[in-house]
Design a protein around this ligand. Sequence first.
Ligand SMILES: [Zn+2]
Length: 371
Amino acid sequence: MRDSLTLGRIAGIRFGVNWSWAIVFALIVWTLATGIFPSTNPGHDRATYVTMAVVAALFFFASLLAHEFGHALEAKREGVEIEGITLWLFGGVAKFRGMFPSAGAEFRIAIAGPAVSLVLGAIFVLLAWKARLPEVADGVAAWLGYINLVLLLFNLLPALPLDGGRVLRSALWGISGNLRWATNVAARIGQGFGYLFVLGGVGFAIWKDEYSALWIAFLGWFLLQAATAENRLSLAQQALRGLRVGDLVVRDPVTTSPDISIGRFMDDIAWTTHHPTYPVTENGDVVGLLPLRCVTEVPRSEWETRTVRECMLPREEIPVVHEDDDLFDASAAFSDGDLSRAFVLDGDRFVGLLSWSDVRRALELRRARRS
Ligand SMILES: [Zn+2]
């Protein structure tokens, strides 16, 4: 969920939007202004429909945020750490750190979002139905009630990673006491719904010549990917449980000084040690990281005139983790980067390097031991 724009904070929880939300916003406004509102509320001019559409889309956006805040505030009450809330292509995601403390806690956190959607949907429906609103406001409220309730139903499908899937997992976890098994079942149901939507969407598109059904297939594909990822993530999380960064850090790695020439670095360090990266230290502080591939890009004729400092990646660009961080949580900080490495610090003191391949190795060892 990177490349997201922070909009603000409520109750200490950061919230923002992913760039993809701009596309969704435009699509919603366009669909509402040209298709839905002209048919539900006929007889208005174009400017009125566009205004209705923008207002409805903004309230829709606020409803999605409120849903995620439902999850996040409940999580906070349960003592689960929250990284933030991001709205993206398919709605909202509240990001948590670490594991849910218990099946009951997961259940309450999972159900809190749909509960907010239900209340919002009911309020909009009642406004449209009972309140004496001007006709255009009535149209907007009716659509908001409808969309909140439709999304609520979709969201309650018992398919991980949807909220209904989390509710199911927490129930199975509570009954069996086995989180691994519960995750596997809920994720497989998620994959099942994913296949169903893909096949159904494509089938319907071909059978009825109705290409908008491809959206359902797209949604199914997304669900399939997300359920598979969720299952894999849970496997990794379980396998790494109890490990800290300090257990895997490579201490006292071979370092280099920033002010020697590339030529000297090659002769004195690179030929005799064989590492893909070298931390660059100055007076005991780490100031950057020198990947060997950056050095090899420097033409041989410039080896004597250029220094390590000119080639290294500055410290600000390298992810930083701490010795007593949970290993699974910490590895999220550097698993998908180009470099797949992080500096390990103890307070401000440089301890060593942690690489994604070390984490993967630990994962495989632990899995082998269990099976
Ligand atoms: Zn939710």
